[in-house]
Design a protein around this ligand. Structure first.
Ligand code: HPA
Length: 278
């Protein structure tokens, strides 16, 4: 299936947003499962339902509100995706990363990307925040890279470097924020699988062996498109459940959403503190 996003698609979506706002967003934010309430902190917010934006991938998943919130947070102009769409919903990689292209077109130079993730690292527990230091793009390794198809030269090169998917300076600021606010944090490698089925115990043991600390069904394709277009990225996982490496427990979406309630206050403190530093 080909569904390659064109410059025209991106411009049409960007225009639907810019015609409704008066500010120029500097930082884009994508809020993962159960983490959308962070957008409630945005001041002077303009809220745009996703269905008003042409070509936007509409979320079908409970726990994703499906709207954009544009306004000010800690003095920084932000555009927040309150809920994202996923590959498993049937969209192409190009389509689910259209929001990142639009953020770039609107002028964002930084992206904060968040997700709910299962802990593979045995030291992590539900409720932990993990700052992403790197990722394993297992969906992309299987061929579904978001940059597949004609290269959009206006944004970046055909073969973009990925030696620093998560910006070291932004990571340092995030660590400092956590330390100042006394929020415990973990750091690690996020592995992305397509989902929507959760992993089998053998798949989780495999992920453990190849160096994953957490697993989820999003984020990495957004980060690749962000880096292709020259954005600096901060990635944060909210650990929602322990991965079930021995098959003794069951993982559910309800559990993931429930953990969001514990994670949102910590994530809000981290993001606000971080924004106040940039
Ligand atoms: N696996 C995959 N995705 C997830 C998980 C998980 O355990 N928890 C939250 N998102």
């Amino acid at each position: 299936m080909t569904d390659f996003i064109t410059i025209k698609d991106i411009e049409r979506a960007a225009e639907a947003i810019s015609s409704r706002i008066e500010i120029k967003p500097e930082v884009g934010m994508i809020l993962g499962s159960g983490l959308g309430d962070l957008a409630d902190s945005v001041k002077n917010a303009v809220v745009i339902p996703n269905r008003l934006i042409p070509g936007w991938p509409l979320s079908t998943v409970h726990g994703h509100k499906g709207r954009l919130v544009i306004g000010e947070l800690e003095g920084v102009n932000v555009i927040v995706l309150q809920g994202r769409s996923h590959f498993y919903e049937g969209y192409s990689m190009g389509r689910i990363t259209l929001p990142v292209r639009v953020m770039q077109t609107l002028g964002c130079s930084k992206l904060i990307v968040t997700n709910a993730a299962g802990a593979i690292n045995p030291d992590f527990v539900p409720g932990d925040l993990m700052l992403l230091t790197d990722h394993l793009n297992l969906i992309g390794m299987g061929g579904a890279n978001p940059l597949k198809g004609p290269n959009l030269d206006e944004f970046g090169v055909r073969f973009p470097d990925m030696s620093q998917p998560y910006d070291k300076e932004l990571l340092k600021l995030a660590r400092e924020t956590c330390e100042e606010a006394k929020i415990p944090y973990q750091q690690g490698v996020y592995a992305a699988l397509a989902g929507p089925s959760f992993e089998t115990p053998a798949e989780l043991r495999f992920l453990n062996i190849i160096g994953a600390d957490a697993v989820g069904m999003s984020t990495v394709h957004e980060v690749i498109v962000a880096r292709h277009g020259g954005m600096c990225v901060l990635g944060i996982s909210g650990i929602s459940n322990k991965a079930n490496l021995d098959g003794s427990t069951v993982t559910t979406h309800e559990e993931v959403l429930e953990a969001g309630k514990v994670l949102v206050p910590k994530l809000t403190t981290l993001v606000r503190g971080f924004l106040s530093k940039i």
